[in-house]
Design a protein around this ligand. Structure first.
Ligand code: ADP
Ligand code: MG
Ligand code: MG
Length: 254
């Protein structure tokens, strides 16, 4: 069982010539097979957590630890994190000019599996995964994220998730910018991956809407750079009814 452990994580960013502490002691454990939702107001540091786990150079870890099965994730390069089984879908995915979706997926799969997938089975795997996500076959020849609509970006993320089979997946705002149909298709993809029991998922979201389709085992409220409350799926219902007001009172929000 792969386990991602985040302990007392502190992270700063450089903003307008000043160093700002965004993460102020995050504690979280995600195990393979579990689905966790992190929910919180805008600006509370949710994406900073995702970027920090991804090893984005703009975010400096000033304290705490992140381990995957005891291995120090923070000491790993971005590629090593992927090979170790971490998958990170970003709120603002980058364009990769000149690299088609199809090449990108095969290169990623080769890097993660340590060998190139056999072409015949791979082509079939990709085709079937694209069909399940209702992605047009022509999409495979487009350049990664170039001119992708919000929905296409999210479907592409879930396509990667299904094909790369990580142990721990971190999905930041996978629901943003999706209409109801796209949200359903994307959620079904996440649920398919979940049903394999092989993936632990950290679903980061501002809105409760996606949680009608994906039922988390654990819900965490994130405010002002840390987890301030944890519970089961019922906590998401409470947030849907009451919002985040109770957590941001007194200017605690970043
Ligand atoms: P959330 O995802 O919860 O909306 P973010 O992690 O995006 O929150 O942002 C948290 C805080 O950190 C905000 O005040 C934001 O302006 C600041 N921040 C995040 N990333 C950067 C950055 N790269 N440069 C400067 N400030 C940043
Ligand atoms: Mg935000
Ligand atoms: Mg965000």
């Amino acid at each position: 069982m792969a386990t991602l452990e985040i302990r007392d994580l502190h992270v700063t960013v450089e903003a307008e010539n000043a160093t700002k502490e965004i993460l102020k002691g995050v504690d979280l454990t995600v195990k393979q097979g579990e689905t966790h939702a992190i929910m919180g107001p805008n600006g509370s540091g949710k994406s900073t957590l995702a970027y920090s786990l991804a090893g984005h150079p703009k975010y400096t870890v000033t304290g705490g630890t992140v381990t995957l099965d005891g291995e120090d994730v923070l000491a790993m390069s971005v590629d090593e994190r992927a090979r170790a089984g971490l998958f990170l879908a970003m709120q603002y995915p980058v364009e990769v000019p000149g690299v088609s979706v199809s090449n990108f997926l095969r290169t990623s799969a080769s890097a993660i599996r340590g060998e190139a997938p056999k072409l015949r089975t791979w082509v079939k795997e990709v085709k079937e995964a694209m069909e399940r996500l209702q992605i047009d076959p022509a999409f495979a020849e487009r350049n990664v994220n170039e001119g992708f609509s919000g929905g296409e970006k999210k479907r592409h993320e879930i396509l990667q998730l299904e094909l790369l089979k990580p142990q721990i997946a971190i999905l930041d705002e996978t629901d943003s910018g999706l209409d109801v149909d796209a949200l359903r298709v994307v959620s079904e993809g996440v649920n398919r991956v979940r049903e394999t029991g092989a993936v632990g998922t950290l679903l980061i979201t501002h809105y409760t809407r996606i949680l009608r389709y994906i039922k988390p085992d654990h819900v965490h409220v994130f405010a002002a750079g840390r987890i301030v409350e944890s519970g089961g799926a019922e906590l998401a219902d409470k947030l849907e009814n009451e919002g985040y007001e109770a957590y941001v009172k007194g200017g605690v929000s970043a």
